[in-house]
Design a protein around this ligand. Structure first.
Ligand code: FES
Length: 161
């Protein structure tokens, strides 16, 4: 059973309780979506109708807001979010190779999540520490001056991050 179905079955009551806190507050759509995502790691698609009804919008309008905001997701994400920098400084210092190696270690492409929901892989334009390029961010930790050996140390054993 995939994570979404587990969430849908086990936590529907929890979703309804959160929604109840924001009942009839159209202005609160974004905080409500963020709260649900914070709780589950994503916004279960099965909750969109309930959310829309509670704030007096159509489901398509709620879906539109989710699509608009890059930080909102309707698919389960990994416990660890890996962001490989694709900015210019990182690129010229081997960022492309680093991304390729991370993909190989995790066996996923950009935008995907490992089947065990341990990792999701994304790329970012620049994380602001160009002098230490190439860089990777895992959750809130930055790993700088990456090279193939460091990538292997980070991802060779998934339980070591
Ligand atoms: S380009 Fe990678 S940190 Fe700026």
């Amino acid at each position: 059973m995939d994570k979404e179905k587990i969430v849908a079955q086990a936590d529907l009551a929890r979703i309804e309780a959160i929604i109840a806190e924001y009942q009839n507050q159209r202005w609160a759509l974004l905080p409500l979506l963020e709260r649900i995502q914070q709780e589950f790691g994503f916004i279960p698609p099965g909750s969109i109708d309930l959310i829309a009804k509670s704030v007096g919008l159509f489901p398509v309008q709620v879906q539109g807001v989710i699509t608009f905001y890059a930080g909102l997701y309707t698919t389960p994400r990994g416990k660890n979010i890996v962001r490989v920098c694709r900015g210019t400084a990182c690129h010229v210092r081997g960022g492309k190779t680093i991304l390729k190696l991370v993909k190989r270690h995790l066996d996923i492409e950009e935008g995907e999540t490992t089947p065990d929901f341990e990792y999701s892989l994304e790329t970012v334009a620049c994380i602001g520490v160009c002098a230490l390029a190439p860089n990777i961010v895992i959750n809130t930790n930055t790993y700088s001056q990456m090279n193939p050996k460091k990538v292997a140390l980070l991802f060779g054993r998934k339980d070591k991050v």
